[in-house]
Design a protein around this ligand. Structure first.
Ligand code: M6R
Length: 609
């Protein structure tokens, strides 16, 4: 997802905006740009590559001056990765300058209209079309021109605009792409994420869809694109700097893997009642009855969130005995889904902004489902669309590779499954036993993390292998998928995850001498079957890396390398078995010399289809 930072106030803003932009680098991008206004003239500098490249370019031109400006990181959608396609974009008549997150869907027809009016375009982007359109409609009032232009637009946008004729004004607007306004003392920071604001002020408000804000050093005015005034709710940002800084860690992914025990304690805090043997979920309270009566639960998400959702499917079916199914948001939304009475849709998402998950949720809601969110980012689009929900409370996740959000999602889905089970058939004693086990998971995770150095040594043994398999069964089939995804997305090693039994139906042909096969082989209902699958791979020359339960000595006779995890009930095991896989992916990326936190072609949050 692209990043936006803009400033108006009394300070020279180049460096402070770039600082903010660096905090958004984790979101993934391929070019960066900045514009400031000084003495009524807009200066734009942009380049492909990192923010560091932009800083170099700024140094060669002597920097840009001004107490008003905007900067942007672009993740290419329309038009390739080139300097002209980077943001900010300007118009050719009215002195308009604009940055944009999202996609203008009707840009082609608007472009034709503007070309017929004589406008000349310099880029292939949809964003430049919007800059030109605002310029075309500008008649001495930037706010009015932005409102008018946005009434002509279909698609998604978070935009910030300035105009040479109004040298103290920024206008910003949102539809489907988050934008926050930080309210300081005589200064304002507009950003696509609170982490770029928090160094300046902890007071901020989020724009809602179809809202516009006009900001000057003296104050702000919010309205709709139809110019109906609205009053935003200025709130305290729930982020502290420590959470978004590396501290003693080398990478955010590493920090977030190691933060998991603490994050999980936070997720569980106040949500379990061991004495009463029950789960307390304030966020779903008013829908408790409807939830308990659910006949079918559809869990939806993408990527890692879908893997967590699939574990949720197993948990809800196994513990609460409700028919449940996990599905990609991108598939669900277009398949003309059947939503019967008493269907609940659960959207699982770290960011709460994933376009496909959001669209699936809306689709299900429109067809009558009750909508539940399992989301990390408070106040995000998915959180706002749902009827009820349970936040992850794992803190901001900066690393592109999702780690603590995954275990947080699984923990929340475990709570939801137990909540439903207890209201349907589970006894207080049974529930209290599960809570006891659940509350020990963070300590047990800490023990696994102590094995970090050995995980690195083992990973090093296989680092030259270009194809890996990840295999698991039952609750740990989705863990296998997650292990494979982690490895491929940051180390660029080809990896496939699948149910261990599926291997014989084709993928077994891939196994050759020395191919690493990672088996999640913890104790559980299907342990013996996993052991047979291990034998099948081993006898064909595969190298076995097993994740097994502490005390399992037998596995050592089969596996080349073993990572042990403490014993837990099978349904809780994915929160532990995934940890060595996360560490392996992290070390593999480092050993291959890749940028762990900024993997190629990836964006932290995918807000386009
Ligand atoms: O923000 P979300 O959880 O909705 O994001 C969904 C996926 O893009 C995300 O889980 C992705 O697969 C992970 N970052 C990969 O590690």
């Amino acid at each position: 997802m692209c990043g936006i930072v803009a400033y108006v106030g009394s300070k020279q803003c180049q460096d402070l905006m770039l600082e903010g932009l660096k905090r958004l680098e984790y979101r993934g991008y391929d070019s960066a740009g900045i514009a400031t206004m000084h003495n009524g003239k807009i200066n734009v500098v942009k380049t492909i590559g990192r923010v560091a490249n932009l800083e170099d370019k700024l140094e060669t031109v002597g920097g840009v001056r001004g107490t008003i400006g905007m900067c942007h990181t672009r993740w290419a959608t329309h038009g390739g990765v080139t300097d002209p396609n980077a943001h900010p974009h300007t118009d050719d008549r009215a002195g308009i300058c604009l940055i944009h997150n999202g996609i203008i869907e009707n840009y082609a027809s608007l472009k034709t209209y503007l070309q017929e009016k004589g406008h000349v375009f310099k880029s292939q982007t949809d964003t430049e079309v919007l800059a030109m359109l605002i310029g075309e409609l500008y008649d001495g009032d930037l706010e009015a021109a932005v409102q008018a232009a946005l009434r002509e637009v279909t698609g998604a946008y978070g935009i910030v605009v300035m105009c040479e004729k109004e040298p103290e004004t920024l206008v910003a607007a949102r539809k489907g792409s988050p934008l926050m306004v930080g309210v300081g003392n005589g200064e304002f920071v507009i950003a696509s994420d609170g982490s770029a604001i928090i160094a300046h002020t902890s007071h901020a408000f989020s724009l809602e869809d179809y809202q516009v804000v006009k900001v000057t050093p003296k104050g702000f005015r919010t309205s709709t694109i139809h110019n109906v005034p609205v009053t935003p709710k200025v709130q305290q940002l729930e982020i502290d700097l420590e959470q978004i800084e590396l501290g003693s860690f080398s990478h955010f992914m590493q920090k977030e893997i190691f933060e998991q025990p603490k994050a999980l304690r936070n997720t569980l805090r106040g949500r379990t009642d061991i004495r009463e043997g029950k789960i307390v979920l304030g966020g779903v309270g008013s829908f408790a009855k409807q939830l308990t009566m659910a006949k079918r639960i559809v869990l939806t998400g993408q990527g890692t969130a879908l893997h967590a959702a699939t574990i949720g499917e197993y948990l809800i079916e196994d513990l609460a005995r409700i028919y449940s199914v996990a599905e990609y948001g991108s598939e669900f939304r277009y398949r003309n889904p059947i939503i019967e009475e008493n269907t609940v849709v659960v959207a699982v998402s770290q960011s709460g902004e994933t376009a496909d998950t959001l669209a699936a949720l809306i689709e299900a809601k429109e067809r009558g489902a009750l909508a539940l969110g399992v989301v990390n980012v408070v106040g995000s689009s998915i959180a706002r669309e749902t009827d009820a929900g349970v936040y992850l409370r794992v803190g901001p996740e900066i690393g592109v590779a999702s780690t603590k959000a995954f275990t947080g999602q699984v923990a929340v889905l475990t709570l939801v499954a137990l909540y439903l089970a207890r209201r349907r058939h589970m006894s207080a004693d049974q529930c209290a036993d599960m809570i006891r086990e659940l509350e020990q998971v963070p300590d047990k995770m800490e023990r696994i993390l102590e094995d970090d150095a050995r995980v690195r040594t083992v990973t090093e043994k296989y680092i030259d292998r270009d194809n890996w398999l990840f295999l698991g069964r039952g609750y740990n089939y989705p863990t296998a998928l997650e292990g494979a995804l982690k490895l491929k997305e940051i180390s660029y090693i080809h990896a496939e995850g699948m149910p261990a039994a599926e291997m014989k139906h084709g993928p077994i042909a891939l196994i050759n001498d020395g191919m690493p096969a990672v088996f999640i082989a913890n104790r559980g209902r299907q342990y013996e079957k996993v052991i047979s699958n291990i034998q099948e791979v081993k006898s064909r020359g595969g190298r076995i890396i097993a994740v097994a339960t502490e005390g399992d000595e037998h596995i050592k006779t089969l596996a080349d390398d073993v990572f042990y995890v403490p014993d837990v009930p099978e349904c809780l095991s994915p929160m532990l078995t995934v940890v060595p896989l996360q560490l392996m992916a992290y070390h593999a990326a480092l050993l291959r010399g890749h940028d762990v936190d900024k993997p190629r072609n990836r964006a932290k949050s995918v807000t386009v289809e």
